[in-house]
Design a protein around this ligand. Structure first.
Ligand SMILES: [Ca+2]
Ligand SMILES: [Ca+2]
Length: 496
């Protein structure tokens, strides 16, 4: 072997050695996702009765973003955006399909766990982090080193608990008290697996452990003890305004035109509104208890001091507000999510009201772990707010649902623009429920114009292979197409 080659090999070995010394000193990351978790979390105040002592305790020992929003109000596009560090309008991924690796432009994109792995992290996952199977058992090995159980619903009744729901009686549209063991739920099982990993992980290599909870995604089954946390009367119902949709554009309906999620009208007629609300709340509290099992393990294993915890929800959920249940909207109930950071480098007790995006998680973790920054991420590090919760941010939080439909959330206001040019504008300080659309009010013209400037400059049509919850609009013919079916201006709104 030539001397030069030997030297190079020695250098490579040394660099590798330095890298692992560096890596060993880096903080671990516990990454907790909660599916369809809106702002019904104790300290977020989205629902005054929500019981979430564990998430609230995490917020106390870290910094919570009170004005954090998803980039898409749906699983696949929200998670794709967060994990790639790109807006849905940049990838064209708006629907439940495609899996982004099927697109040549993103097949080689270094996602968050891969970037951490490149810098010495062991990456593990369980439950729902990516939507779908991440390309199947063989392909998914490139996303994470270790795959735990998938989780999901777990124990479920033989038959649906509620009457047949409109639009085909979808099996996921179900909820209620169902006697079973908590240990038989998918979310319990993924927690058990994650707890075992935490107990076994070596101190010589930092880890990125991603735990993705399924609940409070429907079907919301829980045992009586979780329901008992909430009164069985109408005090649990969220506030709704009877004619709330009278001042929202017709196009707002196109974003959730025809869905398995029933409208408020159906839940009322079938005496299911209170049952749904209590089932969702019971599921939120159950999931919180599982988060508690993870956080307790961090303490008992001594990992807490060197582990960054980040907890987030992929998007919100309506439970009657604006006449609907479900997601697929650009209002706070569908876009506002919990986002909490705790651990080394994070201020204790921070409460930040500046707008934040799930897109900010990727660059923030890079900052917190001292990794080389990336210039190709569309979010912005939240590091200044993790040090000082009053630090200003110049950017709003932007949510998009299909090409041309965007919500711009600043500290006080929300602006919405739909693909046909119709608009909404709300003053959340005076109108926290977004009941009174001020878009036509000349007194707000200047503010609205300022918000308009933030509409995404890149706004791609749906990517190849897009399906499920995909809406397109042709301005020339004023024609909207929802999941392949044309919507005409005169068509009655389904389910009303
Ligand atoms: Ca979701
Ligand atoms: Ca209204």
């Amino acid at each position: 072997m030539k001397i030069a080659t030997r030297l190079l090999l020695c250098l490579a070995a040394l660099t590798g050695c330095f890298e692992s010394v560096h890596a060993a000193a880096r903080p671990n990351i516990l990454f907790i996702a909660i599916d369809d978790q809106n702002d019904w979390i104790g300290h977020l105040g989205g629902h005054p009765q929500a019981v979430t002592p564990n998430i609230d305790a995490l917020a106390k020992r870290g910094t919570s973003f009170l004005n954090a929003h998803c980039q898409a109000p749906l699983c696949n596009p929200s998670r794709t955006s967060l994990m790639l560090g790109l807006r849905p309008t940049t990838t064209g991924i708006y629907g439940l399909a495609p899996w982004f690796r099927t697109l040549p432009e993103w097949s080689g994109r270094v996602a968050l766990p891969q970037y951490l792995k490149l810098h010495g992290y062991k990456t593990l996952t369980t439950g729902k982090i990516y939507h779908g199977g991440a390309g199947g058992p063989k392909a998914r090995a490139q996303e994470f080193d270790v795959w735990g159980p998938n989780g999901g619903i777990g124990a479920k009744p033989d038959q649906k608990l509620i009457p047949p729901t409109p639009g085909g009686n979808h099996p996921l549209m179900d909820w209620g008290v169902f006697p079973h063991r908590d240990e038989d739920k998918g979310d319990w099982q993924i927690t058990t697996w994650a707890v075992e990993q935490l107990q076994q992980l070596s101190a010589n290599q930092p880890f990125f452990l991603a735990v993705g909870y399924f609940l409070p995604h429907v079907p919301c089954y829980a045992t009586q003890k979780w329901f008992d946390l909430y009164p069985d009367d109408d005090s649990v119902l969220p506030k709704v305004l009877a004619d709330d949709r009278d001042d929202t554009p017709r196009f707002s309906w196109y974003l959730h035109w025809d869905l398995p999620e029933p409208r408020l009208k159906w839940t009322r007629e079938n005496h299911q509104w209170r049952n749904l609300v209590r089932s969702y709340l019971a599921s939120v509290s159950f999931t919180d208890s599982q988060v508690g099992r993870l956080l307790d393990t961090l303490e008992t294993t001594g990992l807490a001091d060197n582990t960054i915890v980040v907890l987030w929800g992929d998007h919100g959920w309506h439970l009657g507000e604006k006449g609907i249940t479900g997601k697929n909207t650009l209002w706070d109930r569908s876009t506002r999510v919990p986002l909490v950071f705790a651990g080394p480098g994070v201020d204790k007790g921070g409460r930040c009201t500046q707008p934040a995006e799930l897109l900010d998680i990727y660059p923030t973790l890079i900052d917190l772990c001292g990794l080389p920054p990336r210039k190709d991420l569309e979010g912005h590090s939240l590091m200044p707010q993790l040090k000082n919760d009053r630090a200003k941010r110049p950017w709003p939080a932007i949510t998009s649902h299909n090409q041309g439909n965007h919500g711009i959330r600043t500290e006080r206001h929300r602006y919405i623009r739909y693909a046909d040019g119709t608009e909404e504008f709300y003053d959340l300080q005076r109108d926290p429920n977004e009941w009174h659309n001020l878009a036509g009010d000349p007194r707000h013209e200047k503010l609205i114009a300022e918000h308009r400037q933030w509409l995404p400059k890149i706004d791609l049509p749906p990517a190849r292979g897009s399906a499920s919850r995909v809406l397109t609009y042709d301005a020339a013919t004023d024609q909207a197409v929802w999941e392949g079916k044309t919507i005409r201006r005169g068509d009655p709104i389904p389910g009303l």
